[in-house]
Design a protein around this ligand. Structure first.
Ligand SMILES: [Zn+2]
Length: 425
């Protein structure tokens, strides 16, 4: 397997990673371009955003809407930062819209409650019941090896249903994941939300109708899929709905966002995690560990590689330190979290593994004559690859992940992977 000579991304990084002739990946290049923008550029972008928000506030008024815009939220650090920016800096009155996947951690629920309280915003939350969540998880596990399809589909569909229903024409997402994490776009592309991107990336090619019409679907009904239908074009057009990403208008330094939200707005982090050194991310999803493990079983890398590679791009972590993190948290690690999912899903580990057998990337996994899978390569075998020194960026500051004070009510120090209870609502 070829690995980026700067970060730790393998060539099979999803979706569609390109590694250039210097051996540096598109994510690193996109980030380089982002980092090259000066203060003047960002001042102009902030001005642009201010005008755009004003324009959409007026459109909302004309539509007779009660809110200026919609912010899709999960309750995490990005939701806190988005809401902070829109309410405190730009003085807008948003409606927060959440899609509840049903797999809540206690800390995630505490944080979404904090978000609503801190910023005094109304929240509309669609709750999928656990029976439906289980059906969807098991179906999508077999289809695409992801039991969190409904998470992504919900957060990219339900806010648009809400925009149409409440006649609010602007939906404001945080980062453009495809550009920020995967380097699919450059900052200069100024990518906005599109249905195509939603369907291909967030929904892995599956619209609700595709599931209803699938021969292997035994029990998923139209009602189960209700929050995932995208409104018809004519409804979107009549309200004039547009979806934007704040990461196009803001430097989007997630570490700084998290620190500000911890210090000023009561955002809380895990105290430790079994899967990564980044304690700021993906706090709301109790099955994040299983979700990440599936990525590992399919492609031979996972979330810690994402986090460590991002630290390299920010020039806070060396590639060697990053590989040590991956060795510690990810390489050949089976998360304890899997047991919780298996219990919830009512399947054995063998059944779980069999479901995704056909999805293992043959570039990285090989099955022996006894039916055991072996990982053919990992970034740890590529520490000394030729060209690493040429691709290296100097370290600017030491990496750090601030944790919040432990939550006192109830007095629990949350540690990811040890939260044993699934909370549906
Ligand atoms: Zn890279």
């Amino acid at each position: 397997m070829q690995y980026c000579l700067r970060c730790c991304y393998p060539a099979n990084t999803r979706p569609h990673l390109i590694i250039d002739e210097m051996g540096v990946c598109a994510s690193c290049r996109a980030f380089e371009q982002r980092a090259s923008k000066d203060e003047n550029y960002w001042n102009n972008k902030r001005e642009e955003l201010k005008k755009l928000l004003q324009e959409y506030k007026e459109k909302a008024r004309k539509n007779g809407a009660s809110y200026d815009c919609i912010i899709p939220v999960s309750g995490g650090k990005d939701s806190h930062y988005q809401t902070y920016l829109i309410t405190q800096v730009y003085k807008m009155r948003p409606l927060l819209v959440a899609y509840n996947h049903g797999y809540n951690s206690r800390l995630g629920l505490r944080n979404i409650n904090n978000l609503v309280n801190q910023f005094g915003c109304d929240l509309l939350r669609y709750n999928t019941n656990p029976k439906t969540a289980r059906k969807l998880s098991l179906f999508m596990l077999s289809k695409v090896g992801d039991m969190t399809w409904h998470h992504h589909s919900g957060i990219y569909s339900f806010p648009f249903q809400t925009a149409v229903r409440y006649k609010v024409p602007l939906v404001i997402y945080g980062e453009d994941g495809g550009g920020y994490w995967q380097g699919m776009f450059n900052l200069d592309d100024q990518v906005e939300f599109t249905q195509k991107h939603r369907q291909e990336i967030a929904m892995r090619g599956f619209e609700p109708d595709d599931i209803l019409n699938d021969a292997e679907n035994k029990d998923i009904t139209r009602a189960d899929l209700a929050p995932f239908f995208f409104p018809p074009d004519e409804e979107i057009e009549s309200v004039g709905v547009r979806g934007i990403y704040l990461s196009n208008y803001d430097q989007w330094n997630q570490i700084e966002h998290a620190e500000l939200m911890i210090k000023k707005y009561g955002f809380q982090t895990y105290q430790s995690s079994e899967q990564t050194f980044n304690l700021h991310s993906s706090i709301d999803d109790l099955f994040e560990g299983t979700h990440n493990y599936l990525k590992y079983l399919k492609f031979g890398y996972s979330r810690c590689t994402d986090h460590a590679s991002m630290e390299i791009r920010y020039q806070r972590m060396s590639r060697e330190e990053a590989i040590e993190m991956i060795r510690k948290y990810e390489y050949l690690k089976r998360p304890k979290n899997l047991d919780l999912f298996l219990k919830f899903a009512g399947i054995t580990e063998k059944e779980f593994l069999d479901k995704i057998d056909h999805l293992r990337d043959p570039q990285i996994w090989e099955k022996d004559s006894k039916g055991e899978w072996h990982q053919l390569d990992w970034v740890g075998n590529h520490i000394w690859d030729k060209g690493v020194e040429d691709a290296r960026l100097p370290i600017k500051e030491k990496w750090r992940f601030m944790t919040s004070a432990p939550y006192q009510d109830p007095p629990v120090n949350y540690s990811y992977g040890e939260d044993e209870e699934i909370i549906s609502l």
